[in-house]
Design a protein around this ligand. Sequence first.
Ligand code: ADP
Ligand code: ADP
Ligand code: MG
Length: 681
Amino acid sequence: MGSVPALSGIDKILIANRGEIALRVMRTARDMGIATVAVYSDADAVAPFVRFADEAVRIGPPTARESYLVINAILDAARTTGADAIHPGYGFLSENARFAEAVTEAGLVFIGPPASVIRELGSKQGAKRIAQKAGVPVVPGYHGDDQTELAARAKEIGFPVLVKASAGGGGKGMRVVRKASELDDAIDRARREAASAFGDDTLLLEKYLERPRHIEIQILGDTHGNVVHLNERECSIQRRHQKVIEEAPSVAIDAERRAAMGQAAVALGKAVGYVGAGTVEFIVPANQAEPDSLHLGAPDGSFYFLEVNTRLQVEHPVTELTTGLDLVREQIRIARGEALGYDAAPPPRGWAIEVRLCAEDPERDYLPTTGTLLAVAVPDTVRADLGVASGSEIGIHYDSMLGKIIAHAPTRREAAQVLRRALDQTWVPGLVTNREHLARILAHPAFLAGELDTHFLDDHAGELAARPPGLDRLRVAAIAATLHGIAARRGPDDLAPPGWRNVRGAAQQVTYKVGDSEIQIGYRPAPGGTIDFEIGGKTTHVPRFGVAGDELWFVEHGGQSPPGMPRHHRRQARVISSADRTYVLSEGLGVTLALQPRFPEHHAQAIAGGLVAPMPGKVVKVLVELGQSVLAGTPLVILEAMKMEHTVRAGDAGTVRALHVAVGDQVDTDRLLAVVTSSVA
Ligand code: ADP
Ligand code: ADP
Ligand code: MG
């Protein structure tokens, strides 16, 4: 009889996370014949991941600190349900060594590296020391223990420097400092953010590279001492140092550099006895001829280690699609004690690009948005890893990412085109998202040329900004919204056009508000069952239309169309209404139309000089006093939302006439914070 290796059986996994990643892990577990347990906060009681799980246990109120970050509550849930393993996902407790330890001590399998490895690599400080020892080039800087030395060391390193939270993640707790006079304030703020977001205010310094690409290497290690890499991902499209679009492979990495970076990542992994899935992050000067690399005295082809993420990464799908591996399955196999069974990555197959679909407004500095999703639909040409469904409420408690959409194609250009088209047809009405912004990035010539660095979004902000929709697009949206309303009033049995009984003889008028402008639309029945629409002095005849759920089509016949225009044009749109708002998606453009009352109410006048909260959040600092004179741009109040600080500044010079908030206050969007009026001379 041959000896059977001692493998841990895993029959039931508890996922200590929420949203898309909880679902992602559960899908693979289910495919492997493993039962799943969700844990959830009150905010997530009916979330898709809770409904998908075989069992689900409530662990506390919405605040992460009282639910997803409470180790005992999660362990209790594992005991109650008899789970034998815990998958931490990303974020939350995924890189918390104490958690990994507690899981193991409770006799459960932690699907991730051993606690000791998480501890060693979890601080960027420690990780950089290990990388240096393993011969991996690190970004020059100060990663020593003495926190009182930061200011002096920054001057030695030379500006610009980057102040970073050693325990940081998600781009938080990071400040670029360009001159000595900004240093103290930056250190102060970074420390506050670090303490609040990560419960650890240790900081480190790095030389700030002006134009890097973010390139990272996926690694896997098993319990038999094997560590392999699975090629690179490029994640240079970022806002606030946080990734928005990721891809594999990278146009900047040839086979030789891939091998060099892969070897460095594997060397680092072997140096710590890495087990599980991990990501070794690097920055690479975008242009080797530029001052960055010269300044750092780096040889051509250089790359610099940043940190290791000891968990599954948000952007793991691009690696899955280009290697054919299921990384969650690999994590579970490793946790069961199986050997990897391969010792090199296959060369990348085709190209994969991922976008992070977020509840945020790129036109308002990417501030998080809130609301209820009225529908969720993504075309089946792409992989959609979503955490939301129709009816999901997006609040302020968690990360703004709704999910990820990923395309895979033989070439980069094709992947970009497929993804862009899929975004055009992605239907997430009910709240503001970055959907159209992502589509514009994918269509941008510099993106298509592969000319990326971490400042891409800032550099191209002008070209990537939303343009107000043209009259033609608004006209289509307004007609679709109006037809949808007509159909809803007629009821389902009465959709056939003849007679337009409910469109009574006289012309009807509707006024919609779109953004700040108003559209007036008049319509009346015309002979032969046609409806005539009158918008902006233009008449459109609609001889036919149809509605099925939120899908609507209509044929338009433009009376004054120029010669050569098709006489009949069939248009399609998605339409859904909630209260007085109608959401229309047509040809990639989403338009929200607010039905205006016939006799508009008189809204309170905006207060002159009033400064309002641009997002829901908490007041963490009030920097001025009543009666104080301020200049245009003087910081007045600092708000914190989603662990990010946002400064509200005076628009014009003047005097602080009113202060309506104090430190600790929770405020909603548009809440009046302060009033500054120009001083009377
Ligand atoms: P990745 O490195 O996997 O691409 P990020 O570093 O942006 O992704 O962070 C992963 C996710 O986890 C993000 O959604 C981020 O907001 C969240 N996150 C990161 N750190 C924490 C933390 N300490 N607590 C909670 N969420 C976190
Ligand atoms: P996090 O833990 O938040 O992911 P990282 O150290 O991985 O922190 O950095 C996140 C991003 O910040 C990088 O992808 C890069 O865009 C930027 N960044 C980090 N360090 C530097 C640096 N030294 N110079 C320039 N940009 C940097
Ligand atoms: Mg990082």
